[in-house]
Design a protein around this ligand. Structure first.
Ligand code: NOJ
Length: 876
């Protein structure tokens, strides 16, 4: 178990770890995918200098305005823009300093990906991993827009979401539910639509956690009660897997214009995420042409100069360790600029990137003053909570919810997945005796927000735990909603919500004509442990003795409907095969309208159309490599070798011929669908051309004095305790640095301070990567017919086989959600892009279309693909 707070290392001049010599000819030999054994102690090659923003891909206007703004700033003001003010120093979970001279109030950064954390009068939306089950671009966008609109009205500048890291390598990963799906294409489409929605509402989206943050255990360096000091885990990934799996949805987020990206706690190939020059400089800002800013996860910055040169643009929450009063940046950044260690263009670039995101999302027009305070629900209190300073009006209790509750109800119902139905569903409401079972059907006795950051599993599960949560304005329970249905028709409804009251459960189950059992499985962020689960799940069984509950009910009731609220898959093979289980419904983490949403589905007002965004395995071991729960490398970084490569979730099951309980993409409806008539048309896009040429030189905006006297504390300054300011404590720089090693020569990575024009990256060229990757090479159409008796929604899915010996059997590439009347047909139309048919080639550092034959498949799930056609790649 982790004892909270990682070590703080101040060494602002330290250059992280010794970097190996750069590789010749720009070849970055990250371990070859065909040599899985080779990932042990993988290294991350250096890449410098950190690319500067160029305004490409629709960012030019924002870029120009940002340059103009930053040109007016003093050095201290630039530093203020990049450095957080410290944990709990201001109203939001993260805040950067203000620029009073220009009337700029600073920036407010706030969790979470599913609504506003630590605020009253806000909505609690379905979690990312739940909305993913809607497979509906409109739902993704609308949810993003509505969360963004709520953030905007509370005065938030940067929303700390959406999430595509973790992707969901293993279903036990504690925070998988914050993201969308272990499939990169479903995640990529969901994140792109979310980013657009959030930013159209006038708030900067911060896509996180970059990258390979696939488990909670050992995500940060720290001292553990039973294990002593253990350094941060290293996710060791080969280049092909990086591109074809984990980076893929980040590319989509960048292409959609995400204004910010949060670097993650973990190491990647043994280099700490927020100072990893390869993943930040080369992949994100170079190849993906990211125009916005990289901000650190909270205390994920572990160095000053090293992280600056490796591309970090903003440090959060600004202090080295919560409330240490010290910062790797702040005064140390000021100092490293005036003593010439960090070139001014790098700081200018960081500031311009931050302001470009601000203008790109129209924050200059959309901003309202912050009107809540994360640290108190009181109306009056301290503006600077940690420093206990500035007693004032801190919470105006602005109700920002509008009519979002109605969309939330519908979105959660449309994301509900019907896994099994022998015909009992939909219910009529006229069932003679309805019995409801399970603690998961009812209220948390401590209140819907009674456990800090939802760190408990009491009552119905509407979201997981940790920073990825929001406060419920209310939580409609399943029991309330079901009672309403039944009482409307004057029938009988009773419940037992104590999961261990076996005799009462049995007695009630015997009387019932229909039994509805609510069970759940929870997980969350690693700083909270619930029932022995330190963030990550320890197993894939139900919580609160849910398995025993189902067994007890089904022993006495032959008409049992199992409703699951869970963060991901649970082992349910037994219930699939149990004839007394007449239906299984996965409702995910539905948010505030939980009861209403599930009642809409159970009673047939909404015909379920959701499809599972992950595979349900028969046992935990079917999912491949387990998480690392114990240190594997002494006090050094546990080495987490992603030896399975691109084979996670359904790709892993397919490769191993393992039969899942329910496959990825599966979901039933109250009607039925048939597929026919696949046609492929080919475009005239032509061959791919790599990006060539050079960037401009790094712009330097304005001058600054190198005289330390200019950067001392202003006279008569009222200092707030532990607040991070940009000023120096002394005109003696060694003294100001507080670093006993100050002045000791350190070798900076080669090229890291070079602001001259740089070669452009072949696979790059615009936000998201080389624009030709999105050329549409083919368009597929197919007919989907509703062969049942009621209207329904079907999600046709398009998969590809890329044909090579190291390719997955099939990979998802596109989908749609069609509403079809009984007896009618609709046309599914799906584009196939160049990226869709390509593989990443580590040797040429680019996407290539292999010579292997490629086949398109269309159908209703990853294992139900009745239509197929081969692709003619000639000319591409
Ligand atoms: C740490 C979490 O990893 C991140 O997702 C969150 O945004 C920050 N804490 C701020 O709460």
């Amino acid at each position: 178990m982790r004892v909270w707070r990682p070590q703080a290392f101040l060494a602002f001049l330290s250059v992280a770890r010794a970097q190996p010599a750069p590789y010749p000819n720009n070849s970055y030999p990250i371990v070859n995918a065909t040599n899985p054994g080779g990932l042990d102690n993988a290294i991350s090659p250096p890449f410098y200098p950190s690319p500067w923003i160029d305004g490409s891909g629709g960012w030019d206007d924002a870029y120009q305005r940002a340059k103009q703004f930053v040109s007016q700033l003093t050095l201290l003001e630039k530093v203020n823009l990049t450095t957080g003010t410290g944990w709990m120093s201001d109203a939001c979970v993260g805040n950067v300093g203000s620029i009073p001279r220009l009337g700029f109030p600073g920036l407010c950064l706030q969790d979470s990906p599913l609504g506003i954390r630590f605020a009253d009068y806000v909505s609690a939306f379905p979690a990312g991993g739940t909305i993913a089950a809607s497979w509906d671009r409109g739902e993704f966008y609308r949810r993003g827009y509505q969360i963004g609109a709520e953030m905007r009205e509370k005065g938030i500048d940067v929303m700390l979401g959406p999430v595509v890291g973790p992707l969901g390598r293993n279903p036990k990963g504690g925070r998988n539910w914050e993201g969308f799906s272990p499939d990169p294409v479903l995640s990529g489409i969901a994140v792109a639509q979310s980013v657009k929605g959030i930013q159209d509402a006038g708030v900067i989206a911060c896509t996180k956690h970059y990258i390979a943050n696939e488990q909670e255990h050992f995500r940060s360096p720290g001292n553990f009660e039973d294990q002593g000091f253990v350094d941060a885990l290293s996710s060791n990934i080969d280049d092909k897997t990086m591109h074809e799996l984990y980076l893929w949805p980040f590319a989509d987020a960048v292409r959609a214009g995400t204004g910010a990206i949060m670097c993650s706690y973990n190491k990647i190939n043994n280099s700490q995420g927020c100072q990893n020059s390869y993943i930040q400089n080369y992949l994100l800002k170079g190849e993906l042409g990211f125009q916005g800013f990289i901000l650190s996860d909270w205390d994920a910055q572990h160095s000053g100069v090293a992280s600056t040169l490796a591309g970090l643009d903003m440090t959060m929450p600004g202090d080295t360790d919560f409330n240490s009063g010290l910062s790797f940046w702040g005064p140390n950044l000021t100092l490293s600029i005036i003593n010439g260690t960090v070139p001014q263009w790098r700081l200018d670039d960081a500031a311009v990137r931050i302001m470009a995101a601000y203008y790109y999302t129209n924050r200059d027009k959309a901003a309202v003053p912050v009107n809540f305070n994360s640290w108190s629900t009181d109306t009056y209190g301290y503006e600077h909570m940690h420093g206990q300073a500035g007693y004032t009006l801190i919470n105006e209790h602005v109700d920002v919810r509008q009519e979002h509750g109605m969309s939330i109800r519908l979105a959660a119902a449309r994301s509900t997945v019907l896994l099994k139905n022998t015909g009992v569903l939909p219910l009529t409401g006229f069932e003679k005796f309805t019995a409801v079972f399970g603690d998961d059907a009812t209220e948390n006795p401590l209140g819907p927000n009674g456990c800090p950051d939802h760190g408990c599993d009491n009552g119905t599960l509407g979201m997981g735990w940790g920073s990825g949560t929001a406060w419920f304005p209310y939580l409609v329970t399943p029991l309330e909603a079901i009672k309403n249905e039944v009482l409307r028709n004057n029938r009988v409804v009773q419940s037992v919500t104590n999961n261990w009251a076996y005799s009462q459960i049995t007695a009630l189950a015997k009387q019932a004509t229909v039994s509805i059992v609510f069970v759940n499985a929870d997980s969350g962020e690693g700083y909270i442990t619930v029932d022995g689960n330190a963030g990550d799940r320890r197993n894939l069984t139900f919580w609160q003795d849910g398995d025993e509950l189902i067994r007890t009910v089904t022993a006495s009731s032959n008409n049992t409907i199992v409703v699951i609220h869970s963060v991901g898959p649970v082992v349910i093979e037994e219930y699939k095969n149990n004839p007394n289980v007449t239906a299984i419904v996965w409702a995910g983490l539905p948010g505030e309208q939980s009861g209403n949403s599930i009642a809409d589905v159970l009673y047939g007002r909404i015909n379920p159309g959701g499809k599972t965004p992950f595979t349900w395995g028969k046992q935990a071991s079917d999912f491949g490599p387990d998480l690392i729960y114990d240190p594997t490398n002494g006090a050094l970084s546990p080495q987490d070798n992603f030896n399975e490569g691109v084979f996670i979730d359904y790709r892993y099951f397919d490769k191993n011929n393992a039969t899942p309980t329910y496959e990825f993409g599966f979901g039933l409806s109250y009607t039925t669908f048939e597929y026919s008539d696949l046609k492929i048309s080919k475009s005239s896009a032509g061959p791919y051309t790599p990006t060539t040429g050079q960037t401009i030189a790094a712009p330097t905006l304005g001058n600054h004095s190198t005289d330390p006297a200019q950067y001392q504390w202003p006279a008569n300054f009222t200092y707030v305790r532990n607040y991070i300011y940009p000023y120096l404590n002394s005109t003696d720089l060694a003294e100001a640095s507080k670093d006993p090693q100050y002045g000791v020569e350190v070798e900076l990575p080669e090229g890291s301070t070079d602001g001259s024009p740089q070669p452009r990256i072949a696979a790059g060229g615009a936000p998201g990567g080389n624009p030709q990757l999105w050329d549409v090479l083919f368009t597929a159409t197919a007919t989907v017919t509703n062969t049942g008796k009621i209207a329904g929604e079907e999600i046709p899915q398009l998969y590809l086989s890329l044909g090579g010996p190291s390719d997955p059997k099939v990979v998802l590439r596109n989908f749609d959600r069609l509403s079809i009347q009984p007896g009618q047909s609709a046309t599914f139309t799906a584009d196939i892009t160049r990226r869709d048919v390509s593989n990443w080639d580590p040797a040429t550092q680019n996407w290539v279309i292999s010579n292997y034959p490629k086949t398109v498949y269309v159908g209703g799930s990853s294992r139900n693909l009745p239509l197929s056609a081969s692709l003619d790649l000639g000319g591409y």
